[in-house]
Design a protein around this ligand. Structure first.
Ligand code: FNR
Length: 183
């Protein structure tokens, strides 16, 4: 059984997502004793207070329970217009609604892939801002910005770059250590 259970949360819903591929690679390159499950955000509706008034939709209930059960969270975010993508913000917004949201005190790490040169720096700093309000405990380092990510994965979405695999493994190890340190 894994010592540290990490929940992966990907801000891209597309099947060929570079960020989802990187999240899977993070799981594959994690040191022994760390497991990664990946949340499915595709069934979460666009937030509407009137839907919430009738209760959490099943996909949100599942997401909140997965967050609660995890020792740590690992976000993989694309950058859309210099910020985090709508589906990711929407999922966070849903999960943050009362009663008692599951993000409080949670150890979180992040990574991001871009097709271009920025490696999602701007989006990751926006994500950190959201984490402050929700009282998450973001890992400061290593920061994992992955530019020109299209060149790093094969046609099946498998990581084909040793240096990136090493960075992802280091991130998983640091996140697991951080979650233990603050628990
Ligand atoms: C983008 N993309 C993008 N890239 C970037 O580096 N900075 C940006 O501000 C944006 N803005 C942006 C807006 C919108 C609406 C889209 C659809 C795309 C490109 C983006 O990084 C690229 O499509 C990634 O490959 C998306 O991540 P996934 O789906 O491959 O994980």
């Amino acid at each position: 059984m894994a010592d540290t259970k990490i929940l992966g949360i990907c801000g891209s819903l597309r099947k060929a997502s570079l960020n989802m591929a990187a999240l899977r690679a993070a799981g594959a390159n994690a040191p022994d004793g760390i497991s990664l499950d990946i949340a499915n955000l595709s069934g979460i509706p666009v937030y509407n207070e009137e839907i919430y008034a009738d209760g959490f939709p099943p996909a949100v209930d599942t997401f909140r329970a997965q967050i609660q059960a995890a020792d740590a969270l690992l976000f993989a975010t694309p950058e859309y217009n210099y910020s985090i993508p709508g589906p990711l913000k929407n999922a966070i917004d849903w999960a943050s609604r009362p009663p008692k949201h599951p993000f409080t005190g949670k150890a979180v790490g992040m990574l991001g892939c871009s097709a271009g040169t920025s490696g999602t720096m701007r989006a990751q700093y926006h994500l950190r801002q959201v984490m402050v309000f929700l009282d998450m405990r973001p890992l400061n380092k290593p920061e994992v910005f992955i530019p020109a990510a299209g060149k790093l994965f094969d046609d099946n979405g498998n990581l084909a770059d040793e240096a990136t695999a090493g960075r992802l493994g280091d991130l998983m190890a640091a996140l697991a250590a951080w979650s233990k340190q603050i628990s």
